[in-house]
Design a protein around this ligand. Structure first.
Ligand SMILES: [Zn+2]
Length: 445
């Protein structure tokens, strides 16, 4: 029923937008409809709606946690909870959004498909008024409903029955964008059979999760779907902000996966700007061409088709990479922790120049180890850490998380140094004029 009430409400509405914390996980409330003494609809195959709802809700919870959200379930067992309690529980959780999971039923057994309900201020029902917040948030709820339905239909393949304005209690009495998902019809023979299928329920949960993630992408730290709660999460996000790392398929960073030599060199290239270094090292273009020209013929497993080819050519011409004895450079092999220590030192301080002491007592890095100097110098500078107090695991591959933490520490440690570097560059440039004061850089920065 349409009334003039909505106009009144519209003018009174104040939309309360909670400030979004950049990297904190956001909370989603997942409400499994019915439960306990209330079975909900009963399927033509005898399936209880409360059972289907609960299974999809718990699957959805797992998927959302994987995506980096915090999840609150309104019920986590087969128990009766009133609608008012569900709404109160949601308010206490102060979530980013609310999603209620249901299965549908119709007197006409032919009716089938998925639909999503939301409260719409343009279709108010006089006897069922919404909260001011839900009235104000109806465009948000509508957007959420559309994204969830769209993803659910494409994942699970049920007929698309569209998004539907509704005054159902849980979606009109809340304080955050809210939807009620009707996965499929238990009153329809084909839908009910599919709802009884575990793999179909997973597809429905996956579609709902994808829709939520599409609506709330900012919940993911750095936009990555798999680093929330990871020990290196903050470092990874800082590197992402600096453009040093990026996500792969599905915006995954894969923090615990070994980093390849190509990936490591790519980060180093972005950090140290190999091309600029080459230009400053080689006086003329002919020399650069000559050096570059060797790269391809020297290593039998590196050719122009490799995605990191240009980076390798630059690293080779700078003398960072010398390859293995068998004439390979193994771009897709995992880089070891000792190789990283040696390479990072080569890129930053030059080879084995500075004096060093055994800054830590790594039992697995004797002084005779080939990279012991690099490892202890980098440890001394606070850039590399062991995997425990006593061990460094030099021959183990370095994970993408360890790499991020190391680069993050390097960037922080070299902030002062970089300020000095800028000063030097400016001083050189200005020396011809010899007029500009050069004491503008701040070492304590
Ligand atoms: Zn229901």
């Amino acid at each position: 029923m349409r009334t003039g009430l909505c106009n009144l409400l519209l003018t009174a509405v104040v939309l309360i937008a909670a400030p979004v914390q950049a990297f904190a996980a956001q909370t989603v409330v997942v409400d499994a409809g019915h439960g306990g003494s209330d079975p909900g609809a009963v399927g033509v195959n005898g399936l209880y709606e409360k059972t289907v709802n609960y299974d999809i809700a718990t699957k959805l919870r797992q998927l959302l946690i994987k995506l980096g959200y915090d999840v609150v379930l309104t019920r986590d067992s087969d128990e009766y909870i009133s609608l008012a309690e569900r709404v109160d529980m949601t308010a206490r959780a102060t979530p980013a959004l609310f999603v209620s999971v249901h299965a549908n039923s119709h007197t006409n057994a032919n009716v089938n498909g998925s639909l999503v309900l939301y409260y719409d201020k343009d279709y108010p029902q006089e006897s069922y008024p919404a909260t001011d917040a839900m009235t104000a948030l109806s465009p948000e709820s509508k957007q959420l409903a559309s994204l969830v339905l769209q993803n659910m239909v494409s994942e699970a393949g049920f007929a698309d029955k569209g998004i539907v304005p509704s005054a159902a209690y849980v979606i009109r009495m809340g304080q955050v964008p809210s939807i009620l998902v009707e996965t499929a019809f238990l009153s329809n023979k084909s839908d009910a059979a599919l709802l009884a299928d575990e793999s179909v329920r997973m597809k429905l949960a996956t579609g709902i999760a994808k829709g939520i993630a599409a609506y709330l992408p900012q919940a993911l730290p750095g936009g990555f779907s798999d680093i929330s709660g990871h020990w290196a999460s903050d470092a990874i996000v800082r590197l992402k902000d600096k453009g040093l790392v990026e996500g792969g398929i599905g915006n995954r960073y894969e923090p615990d996966k070994p980093m390849t030599r190509a990936e490591w060199l790519t980060i180093a290239d972005r950090l140290f700007h190999f091309d600029t270094l080459i230009q400053s090292k080689t006086a003329n273009q002919t020399v650069r061409q000559t050096v570059y020209g060797n790269a391809e013929t020297t290593f039998k497993d590196l050719n122009g088709k490799h995605w990191a080819y240009e980076t390798f050519r630059r690293a080779i011409s700078l003398g960072y990479i010398s390859g293995y004895e068998d004439g390979t450079v193994r771009p897709d092999q995992a880089v070891t922790r000792s190789e990283v220590a040696a390479l990072l030192e080569r890129m930053t301080d030059g080879p084995n120049s500075s004096p060093w002491t055994k800054a830590a007592d790594f039992t697995d890095v004797p002084l005779t180890y080939w990279a012991s100097g690099s490892i202890y110098r980098m440890k001394q500078k606070g850039i590399l850490n062991g995997i425990t107090e006593k061990t460094f695991a030099p021959a183990r591959s370095m994970t993408r998380a360890e790499m991020a933490a190391m680069i993050d520490r390097y960037v922080a440690a070299s902030a002062t140094k970089e300020a000095k570097g800028a000063l030097t560059a400016n001083a050189l440039k200005d020396s011809t004029a010899a007029k500009v004061p050069v004491s503008t850089a701040n070492d304590s920065k």
